[in-house]
Design a protein around this ligand. Structure first.
Ligand code: PLP
Length: 434
C-alpha cells in the first residue's frame, strides 16, 4: 500500500519548487536544508522556519507538552493564557483579544467574519495581486488567484498596489501617499454610489506576493481614515511579514508610524516555526460584536496546549537570540551588497526591503522597467545548481524575494551575493555572444 502510494502522481494543481528537477529534502537545521545525498542548500525562501529549521528549543517545547497533554481549548490551560499575554505585549494595547487557529487562511477567514459582523457591511477592498489564503472566501479577495478564475465578486474592490517603483504613482510623484490613498477613497465613493457598504480594507502590511513592496509610510493612516469614515475596519495580514522579520519593529504595520493601529491583525506561518498555528488579534469592541450573535466560535485544534507551548518557545527564541536586531544588521548588510550589484548589473532595477524582507526587481530596460521574467527564472535555476534556494514573486515573476530563516547570517549574505554576481556576469557574457 505504502509503496504504491509513493508512485501515485501528485494532483497537477499541487506544484513543486524546481519542478523540472525537484529536490528531495530529508533534513534541515538553521538556515540550511539537506537532500538525500547530504548536499547542503542555503534556504533563502522559508519564512515559516522563522527562528531556524528544527530549532531545538521549539522542538523540545512541543515534545515536552506532547508528553503531558494535548486537548482542545474547552478546558482551562496556562499555556493559552500565557501565550495570549506574551503576544499582547508585542501589540498596541487596544489589540487585546486573541483567537487561535491552525493556518493563515483560517485566520483571514475569521478576520473577514469579524469585520462583517462588527460593521454589518459586506464589501472588502484589497490590493491588486494580493494573496490572502486558499479558502473559498479568501480566493474571492485574492486578485492573484481570482483573476485566473471566473473573476471578481461584486462585493470585492481592487485598489492599486502602493508600489513607488513600478506602480501608478512612482518615486518622482510629489505625494504618492495621498495619491494612492485617494484611489481607495474613490473606490469607496464608487461603491457607495452603487449602494454598497465597506466592511474592510484587507491588506498585507508589506505586499509580498505582489512583489515585495514597501508601501510609503503614512499610506495606511490615510487609507484607515477613509475606511473608518465609511464604517469599515482595517485588517493587517501579517502572516508572512510579522514576528520581527522587518527588524526595526516586531510587526510590519509599525513601519507606517506609531500613530497607526489596525483594527484586526492576522498571524500565521512564522508564528509556530513550522507547527500549524495561527492567530487573530482584535479589539474588545469587535470581539463583543462577534460574541453578540450568540453563535459560539469553536476550533478543534486552535489554541491547544502543544501549539501554545510551541508559539511561546518561538517568542522566547526571538528574544533570547536577539533575532530582531540580527534581522536589521544582516538585512542592512545584504541590502548594501545587493545595491553594489545594482551599479554593476543593469538587470537589477530596484533593491528594496526592510530587515530580512528584501526584493530585487529584475528589469529588461531602465525606461519601461519591463519585468525580466525569463532571466529571473534562469537565475533561480542556476542558483539552485550552486545550492542556493531562492524564488520570485510579483505579477511579472521578476522580483527575487529574500525571506530566509532569521538566523541567516553575514557569511550567508556574502556567499549569496557573490554567487548572484557570478551568475549575472555569466548571463551577460552569454547574451553578448549570441
Ligand atoms: C499573505 C498571506 N496570507 C495568508 C496566507 C495563507 O496562509 P496558509 O497557507 O497558512 O493558509 C498566505 C500563504 O501563503 C499568505 O502569504
Amino acid at each position: 500500500m505504502i509503496l504504491k502510494s509513493l508512485f501515485l502522481p501528485p494532483s497537477s494543481s499541487c506544484k513543486l519548487f524546481f519542478s523540472n528537477d525537484p529536490l528531495k529534502i530529508v533534513k534541515a537545521k538553521g538556515q540550511y536544508m539537506y537532500d538525500e545525498n547530504g548536499r547542503q542548500y542555503l534556504d533563502c525562501i522559508n519564512n515559516v522556519a522563522h527562528v531556524g529549521h528544527c530549532h531545538p528549543d521549539v522542538v523540545k517545547a512541543a515534545y515536552e507538552q506532547n508528553q503531558l497533554l494535548n486537548t482542545n481549548s474547552r478546558y482551562l490551560h496556562d499555556n493559552l493564557v500565557d501565550y495570549a499575554d506574551r503576544l499582547s505585549k508585542t501589540l498596541p494595547e487596544k489589540l487585546c483579544i486573541f483567537y487561535f487557529l491552525n493556518s493563515g487562511s483560517e485566520a483571514n477567514d475569521l478576520a473577514l467574519r469579524l469585520a462583517r459582523q462588527y460593521t454589518k457591511h459586506e464589501d472588502v477592498i484589497v490590493l491588486d495581486h494580493a494573496y490572502h489564503g486558499h479558502l473559498t472566501s479568501l480566493i474571492d479577495i485574492s486578485p492573484y488567484k481570482f483573476r485566473n478564475l471566473e473573476g471578481q465578486k461584486e462585493w470585492v474592490h481592487v485598489a492599486p498596489v502602493p508600489d513607488t517603483y513600478r506602480g501608478l504613482y512612482r518615486e518622482d510623484h510629489e505625494d504618492s501617499v495621498t495619491a494612492y490613498a485617494d484611489e481607495v477613497k474613490n473606490i469607496i465613493e464608487h461603491a457607495h454610489r452603487k449602494g454598497r457598504k465597506i466592511a474592510a480594507f484587507f491588506v498585507e502590511s508589506l505586499p509580498s506576493v505582489g512583489g515585495q513592496i514597501i508601501p510609503p509610510a503614512g499610506y495606511f493612516q490615510k487609507v484607515a481614515g477613509h475606511v473608518h469614515k465609511a464604517g469599515g475596519v482595517f485588517i493587517a495580514d501579517e502572516i508572512q511579514v510579522g514576528f520581527g522579520r522587518v527588524g526595526k519593529h516586531f510587526w510590519a504595520f509599525q513601519l507606517q508610524g506609531e500613530d497607526f493601529i489596525p483594527d484586526i491583525v492576522t498571524m500565521g506561518k512564522p508564528i509556530g516555526n513550522g507547527h500549524p498555528l495561527a492567530c487573530v488579534a482584535t479589539t474588545k469592541e469587535i470581539a463583543a460584536a462577534f460574541a453578540a450573535t450568540g453563535v459560539e466560535y469553536f476550533n478543534t485544534f486552535g489554541g491547544n496546549p502543544v501549539s501554545c507551548a510551541t508559539g511561546l518557545a518561538v517568542l522566547d527564541v526571538i528574544e533570547k537570540e536577539h533575532l530582531q536586531a540580527h534581522a536589521t544588521e544582516v538585512g542592512n548588510f545584504l541590502m548594501k551588497l545587493l545595491k553594489d550589484q545594482q551599479i554593476k548589473h543593469p538587470i537589477i532595477g530596484d533593491v528594496r526591503g526592510c530587515g530580512l524582507f528584501i526584493g530585487v526587481d529584475l528589469i529588461k530596460d531602465q525606461v519601461e522597467r519591463t519585468p525580466a521574467t525569463a532571466e529571473a527564472e534562469d537565475l533561480i535555476k542556476r542558483l539552485k545548481e550552486k545550492c542556493i534556494l531562492l524564488s520570485t514573486d510579483g505579477p511579472g515573476r521578476n522580483v527575487l524575494k529574500f525571506k530566509p530563516p532569521m538566523c541567516f547570517n553575514m557569511e550567508d549574505a556574502k556567499f549569496l551575493v557573490e554567487t548572484i554576481d557570478k551568475i549575472l556576469t555569466d548571463m551577460e557574457k552569454e547574451c553578448l555572444n549570441h
